[in-house]
Ligand binder design. Sequence first.
Ligand code: ZN
Length: 255
Amino acid sequence: MKVLLIVIDGMRPDSLKGISRAERFISESAGSLAARTVCPPVTLPAHVSLFYGVNPDLHGVNTNEFTPMPVQLDGLFDVLFYADKHCAFMNSWDEFRDLYHPGNIKHHYLTQDYDYDKYYLLDRMVKDETLRYLATRSPDFVFTYFGWTDIVGHTRGWMSSEFIEAVKSTWNLAGEIIDTLDDEWTVIVTADHGGHGRDHHMDIPEDMNIPLFFRGKDFRPGMEIEGLSILDIAPTVAKLLGAVIPEEWEGIVRV
Ligand SMILES: [Zn+2]
């Protein structure tokens, strides 16, 4: 078993309606359009929760600026490293540098450009690097992050026509990757938060609800998983790959 995790930043569940690529993936997957992220629904706290398996009150990262965690936690990349798994990390935002401990992954691709108008180009580079790595190496777990959707949400507004277009084009990138994978792979697609107006930081459904879907031979297509949380991703991936799940992790194994 191998796992690809794709995070599309700020992808609200209701933005997927009518995007055929997304709807097809959802129909082939188990999961929910009403999964929940953590509070505050902000990019870095949510990703730290995703990868360290605990709520922000435990890991202490509450803003987009990384602060050293008050507790020593093993994250998903650590437990996969202990299980001798080959992990790769593809992204476009340097604040993610603490989502793993140095030495515990094989490959970290980072492309950056603070000209936000060009951010969609970074997503293409992240897609190309993911394809290159999958074609030339044999990773067990790949994390691929797409950030353009969030930029468009902040500049044009969540659920604006520009935002929907950004979600659609990101699914084309995600689809290019997904289409290369055989049934040895489980593919997980989710978001770190939603958004309303031009922001996201509140404990309201528009910000807190996220899509979360698992496609693979261990998941029944079309099955709705109740009470799904972003915290469930780390233990589920660890289980799929045969790694030990730390007691501190708060999510539920969904496989
Ligand atoms: Zn975000």
